[in-house]
Design a protein around this ligand. Structure first.
Ligand SMILES: C[S@@+](CC[C@H](N)C(=O)[O-])C[C@H]1O[C@@H](n2cnc3c(N)ncnc32)[C@H](O)[C@@H]1O
Length: 377
């Protein structure tokens, strides 16, 4: 019997090569779930999508054509383990993959994977970090960095595992990550400091416009305990998760609404003093946690999201009080979705201005001029 997780990974690769993923991430389940099954599934999954360019190149160079998607998926699954799962012997990587192959492919998969295993040390010598990102992405970022070393450092870091800390919600400080801690929420530092930027903003009514799963809502709730916070989330499944988190962490000043922010109506209620607009984006800044995202997004997606984000910011501007603040953020590193959206908005809305946040409680490397901007390293 082949392993359950390998069958699942094979099906996932098949849907990836058949473009049946609808642009969604594959790693749907809780990142922090920690069963033995989940650990090995996640490890192989990450190895595949972090190194897919290299794996596909080796396969293309050393096998007959890879038009058969089943064969290609099986080979990627097997080769990724041979190259990157040091704790599984090559013969087991090969045998377990061959078990998943239909009769017509067994011989071919077996022979190809054996050949790869025999030559793996030589193949690894030709590994290049850049081949593991789409060409358009590498080209775009090579304009940003002044030399090749910086670019490679950036890409190497994007291919690393994410680092989380536990946010102590009582003291609002980051602590080393503790599993299942009661009063601390797992978060990465870059996300934590976003709501912390509002530390010195007096706010009675706060809107968290795109709130699930709610990490930033929780920080806002504890940072502004006297405020009334409305947390919106369009997606009903994610709104349920938000609800669970709000209850679990006793964020009593938060009211959740499963609503579309773009259709949100004040209905005679007061405007908000503070709006956190953690807008939907390409997610290209979440590659450490979602390595597949680089292969699912295109340059056109960035443009498409930017025009969507403009609408969100325009909408927020109609819901904020005259002296109020909008905190706009995205988990994309692309200027088109972040800094450019803000600058374009300011250009066409002269009654708004950019506020430089108070840096004191935030590490200085997280700033880029007037903006809060974090890179993977
Ligand atoms: C970047 S995530 C928010 C993360 C969240 N702020 C946190 O810190 O945990 C963006 C969220 O916006 C939601 N969303 C997308 N379009 C929306 C809309 N039109 N109205 C409200 N929520 C929306 C998505 O479902 C997603 O949960």
């Amino acid at each position: 019997m082949p392993d359950r997780f390998r069958r699942r990974l094979l099906n996932l690769l098949l849907s990836f090569y058949n473009s049946q993923h609808n642009g969604l991430s594959y790693l749907e389940e809780d990142y922090f779930e920690d069963s033995a099954y989940q650990r090995i599934y996640r490890k192989i999954y990450f190895n595949i999508f972090r190194n897919l360019g290299f794996i596909e190149r080796i396969l293309t160079e050393h096998t007959r054509n890879l038009k058969d998607k089943k064969a290609k998926s099986l080979l990627v699954l097997g080769a990724s383990q041979i190259f990157f799962m040091d704790d599984i012997p090559d013969y087991a990587c090969i045998n377990e993959t061959v078990k998943l192959a239909p009769a017509r492919l067994k011989k071919f998969i077996n022979a190809t994977l054996r050949n790869i295993a025999r030559n793996k040390e030589t193949f690894i010598l030709s590994y290049s970090i850049r081949e593991n990102f789409p060409a358009w992405f590498v080209e775009k970022w090579s304009d940003f960095f002044s030399n090749d070393r910086e670019l490679d450092n950036f890409l190497i870091n994007l291919n690393k595992s994410p680092e989380f800390c536990s946010i102590n919600l009582d003291s609002l400080t980051p602590e080393p990550y503790i599993k299942n801690a009661n009063r601390s929420y797992p978060m990465d530092l870059a996300s934590f400091y976003i709501p912390m930027l509002t530390k010195n903003t007096g706010a009675g009514f706060i809107l968290d416009a795109c709130a699930a799963p709610g990490g930033k809502t929780l920080v806002l709730s504890h940072l502004h305990p006297e405020a009334k916070i409305t947390a919106l989330e369009k997606n009903s499944k994610r709104s349920d998760i938000l609800d669970q988190n709000i209850k679990k962490y006793n964020a009593e000043n938060v009211i959740i609404a499963n609503e579309d922010f773009l259709n949100f109506d004040l209905k005679d209620k007061e405007k908000f003093d503070l709006i956190l607009l953690d807008a939907p984006c390409t997610g290209l800044g979440t590659m450490k946690r979602h390595p597949e995202i680089r292969w699912l997004r295109t340059k056109e997606d960035i443009k498409r999201m930017a025009s969507y984000q403009n609408k969100f910011l325009e909408k927020a501007s109609r819901l904020v009080t005259q002296e109020g603040c909008i905190l706009y953020s995205v988990c994309s590193l692309e200027a088109e979705e972040g800094i450019d959206v803000i600058n374009n908005f300011i250009d066409s809305n002269p009654n708004f201005k950019i506020l430089t946040p108070d840096f004191h409680h935030i590490p200085s490397e997280f700033f880029c001029g007037k903006f809060y901007y974090t890179l993977p390293h």
